[in-house]
Design a protein around this ligand. Sequence first.
Ligand SMILES: [Cu+2]
Length: 198
Amino acid sequence: MNPRTTRILLALGAFVAGLVLFSAVVFIVTGRSPTPIAMPSAVGGPFSLVDQNSKPITDKDMNGHPFLVFFGFTHCPDVCPTTLFDVSEIFRALGPDAKDVRALFITVDPERDTPPVLKDYLSSFDPHLIGVGGDADALAAVAKGYRVYYKKVPLKDSDYTMDHTAIVYLMDKTGAFVAPFSLKRRPEESAADLRRYF
Ligand SMILES: [Cu+2]
């Protein structure tokens, strides 16, 4: 990652942390759940996209399940494959409970990551992972909802790569944002953390 990308990602990380802090402050001030208060800056929200089998997938399909959301692309050199590997390890640690968790890998590169490409790429990882794509507008909308930054970066020979936010979002079974989800721990700990939201 170049320093500029790192800076942007750090800024976004701080922004998300700020949102969490904001929720906490609202909670403390009112002494009850912050949900009744309108939070225009909430992370997440409705989406209408397409999965790796070219089937429609929306936020409603997540109802009743805690889920992880992260953005990336199949040509990513390191961050995305590492994240997909780590999340696969969490599904392994969940055992039979894996069916109660969803994990969405949303491509920021729909130009190359068509459903068949996503499907082929994900075949190297845990089968519970859901590859998600859509047209440029639908993608822009979901990225905006999750406060995700992504940008096409030209390389030589008309090739390109993508800069993108690398946060993993934990959403609860109602679709509300909980917190950034840490992968820097043992898969068993991550699995135990997820079970708290069943
Ligand atoms: Cu990536």
